[in-house]
Design a protein around this ligand. Sequence first.
Ligand code: PMV
Length: 318
Amino acid sequence: MKNIVTARAHTNIALIKYWGKTDIALNIPTTSSLSMTLEPFYTTTSVEFTDNESDSLILNSAMEDSSRVSKFLEMMRGQYGNFPKVMIQSENHVPTAAGLASSASSFAALTAAMFGLLDLEKDDSEMSRIARRGSGSASRSIFGNFAVWNKGENHQSSFAESFYNKDIGLSMIVAEISSEKKKMSSTKGMQLAQTAPTYGAWVEKSAIQLAEMKQAILQADIEKVGLIAQDNALGMHEQNRLCLEPFDYFTSETQRVVDFTKECYKAGLLAFVTIDAGPNVKIITDHATEKILLIKLKAEFPELTFDIARAGGAYEYL
Ligand code: PMV
């Protein structure tokens, strides 16, 4: 066994969202989902065994509460046999917990690092299943470019796989509206959303949209990708507003960016939005349009920070 293992995984943004669970403990989703892995946002994680009495987590050089990762490691001890306590050191190159899904890159990187430390076979499906237990969306961050997480119905059948491992010319402009930690966790948000009277219809539509999205990606049709992704994401946020205890991840600034992006599309530019469990907006466009759109966005929203992201690779060992 190696003394210290370091792995990197990139975050991913879902074009067809995961927003609801049929099994909360196992993170079995109500829908299959499809994502693009992002090159500039990633987590690098090192793991080593320690004589300490508990697992520990150092995140961006600061000691952090390790209860969530410790629970994850306990699950791995249950799966693969007991192993000593683990010291985790992680560097997050993602604005943490603001809807940029840092938990996806974090748990994918931790899974890969632990597979190395434990000398487990590097089976992508098994890594995806294990990453899923940490955070559902992490199941997709094992893969580069476009991944599909087939929802399955139990631990064994619910894992992601590579769908299309090529750059189709899609760019995402991330508008960083707030890097504050999200107020409503995704687990709680999903539970509430599932009480919306329209939730079942969103789930049904999602299955149709997934099939259409796969076609659009294979055709490298960015307009079609954007239109479907935008409808799917706005539909997800509608469930939050229509559920029994309504809540909203949008701020007024989120809405302004959404409205402005729609205006840009009407004016003839490729521009669509997708939004996760936070206020930040990811604007979908293509490589040829990204710079023109960025100039327009910066002029309209001088107070915001924007990053351009393209498709990134699978997890790797460093
Ligand atoms: O993996 P979680 O539990 O953080 O859930 C992520 C859910 C969304 O980011 C909103 C959608 C998705 O499919 O990634």
